[in-house]
Design a protein around this ligand. Structure first.
Ligand SMILES: NC(=O)c1ccc[n+]([C@@H]2O[C@H](COP(=O)([O-])OP(=O)(O)OC[C@H]3O[C@@H](n4cnc5c(N)ncnc54)[C@H](O)[C@@H]3O)[C@@H](O)[C@H]2O)c1
Length: 459
């Protein structure tokens, strides 16, 4: 992508209705992005179908969910789960009796990993075995799913899979230092990418976060053809990340969390949607804002660009409701601190000379630097300490709002999606939230659909 293409309209669903089928391709965690989309699917009366990644037994073999796990997962989802394990990635796959890639990483040490080499032919074998395992299971999943879709029903496939961090001690220590380390504990993300360990991990991110979307599109081809022949429609969505435009100095401006090591996989995901779109398939990657979830909590500082959403709510005419959100966040701060203190800290960080190179969209995903890590992680730690209770954060409150808004935006847009890659920036997220919540306040100013009221800068 040369430039971020912003979604700048609020569309309403006019395709999906009661009895249509919503397929969640990934597991559901309480505060993940998928919860927002599922709320919309439920509201439309759709049948919800889920999958599982399965669980590992004590020998690392992949197994389906047991009866108790399955019933808990189906309750959480509010639908039926096809209980055939769809764990992606090759970190725990190997030829019979041979070491897995995770085993190979286990023999590396903190002193040796930057020089340690991997046998790439062997890794390729592990990767092929994992692909065969995943696609065999996926064929079975699609056969079951086919029987669950009645004639004439529309189908919405929502991909949420992202991950691929191998459970190898040396990598977890390195990752901890890249994403959380300051001062003497800082580690260069480029050093990871230059190592064989880093190259292996990038391949695994590709498998989990990108290539699974292509498998989903390919292996549902027969379902898609049958559904379309019956006059109904099929959509595919996936969650991307490629920075977000947030309010900086009064304008919406593109910025990013650094170092987003998974960024290469996310660009590949965009490419998969573009290829599918060119072949006439309605597949869209929605690049979403930084929020805190089970998956993103590893990245210290990812919550910093989220906090200026409060400014966007005001700028987009959120009236009393925006004021209430500001107050709700203020309540979470310890005595003596105000939201203005928090916003000032973020503004100072954004304006710092050290951050300047990182506003270059075309250079994404850039490696971290000592000064940038110190500043980002330091600001994050300082803001965390301004809270009354470390378990009730401003970023939790705002993450939930973003999940709600993105669910509505993606679901609404999916009736007539306008392209394979779209950014959900803070302006449209704020406008969506204000439009929903101000409905209950008839005196507040109304928002004209189709206007952005803002200019996106990519510097
Ligand atoms: N959190 C953010 O700031 C953010 C921002 C933009 C986009 N996203 C994207 O949103 C999507 C959902 O993530 P989330 O942050 O809501 O977190 P989440 O933890 O709720 O979801 C992660 C998903 O990945 C699946 N997954 C993890 N490892 C897997 C594996 N090996 N094989 C198959 N599936 C696997 C999980 O089952 C789950 O469905 C992801 O694509 C993520 O990259 C997140």
């Amino acid at each position: 992508m040369e430039n971020p293409i912003a979604l700048n309209r609020i569309a309403e669903n006019n395709v999906f209705r009661r009895g249509d089928v919503f397929v969640l391709f990934g597991e559901l965690f309480g505060r993940g992005y998928a919860t927002g989309l599922l709320d919309e699917a439920r509201r439309a009366g759709m049948e919800i179908v889920g999958i599982t990644v399965g669980r590992r037994d004590e020998n690392n073999s992949l197994r389906p969910l047991d009866a108790e796990e399955l019933s808990a997962a189906e309750d959480r989802l509010g639908g039926r789960i096809i209980n055939i394990p769809l764990m992606a990635g090759f970190d725990l796959d190997a030829p019979a009796g041979g070491p897995t890639p995770t085993d190979l990483l286990a023999s590396m040490t903190l002193e040796s990993w930057e020089q340690d080499k991997l046998d790439w032919d062997y890794i390729a074998q592990c990767r092929e075995i994992a692909t065969a395992r995943f696609t065999n299971s996926l064929s079975q999943v699609m056969a079951v799913l086919d029987g669950m879709i009645a004639e004439g029903r529309n189908v919405f496939f929502a991909h949420t899979m992202a991950g691929g961090i191998p459970k190898a001690k040396v990598f977890l220590v390195v990752a901890n230092r890249i994403y959380k380390g300051r001062g003497a504990r800082h580690m260069s993300s480029q050093a990871l990418l230059d190592s064989d360990m880093g190259k292996l991990i990038l391949q695994n991110f590709d498998e989990v976060s990108a290539i699974t979307f292509r498998h989903l599109i390919d292996f549902s081809a027969a379902i898609r053809e049958r559904v379309e022949e019956s006059g109904a429609q099929v959509r595919y969505t996936a969650y991307g990340y490629h920075g977000t435009a947030v309010l900086i100095d009064g304008n919406y401006r593109w910025q990013t969390y650094t170092n987003y090591t998974q960024g290469y996989a996310k660009m590949r995901l965009e490419g998969i949607a573009q290829d599918a779109w060119a072949a006439g398939i309605k597949a869209t990657v929605y690049n979403c804002p930084e929020i805190r979830t089970n998956s993103s909590d590893v990245f210290t500082g990812i919550e910093l660009p989220l906090i200026p959403l409060l400014l966007a709510l005001k700028k987009e005419n959120g009236g009393q409701w925006a004021e209430d959100q500001w107050q709700a966040c203020q309540q979470l701060l310890a005595d003596g601190f105000t939201m203005n203190d928090v916003i000032r800290k973020i503004t100072e960080m954004q304006a710092n000379e050290v951050m300047r190179p990182f506003y270059d969209f075309s250079a994404w995903p850039m490696a971290n630097s000592q000064a940038q890590s110190d500043l980002t992680i330091g600001t994050s730690n300082e803001i965390t300490q301004m809270h009354r209770d470390g378990k009730a954060m401003i970023s939790d409150h705002l993450s939930a709002l973003v999940v709600e808004a993105t669910g509505q935006l993606i679901f609404g847009e999916s009736s007539a999606p306008s392209g394979p890659v779209q950014w959900l920036n803070h302006d449209i997220v704020a406008r969506r939230l204000n439009a929903s919540h101000l409905k209950r306040e008839p005196t507040a100013p109304s928002i004209a659909p189709g206007t952005t009221g803002s200019h996106l800068q990519v510097a």
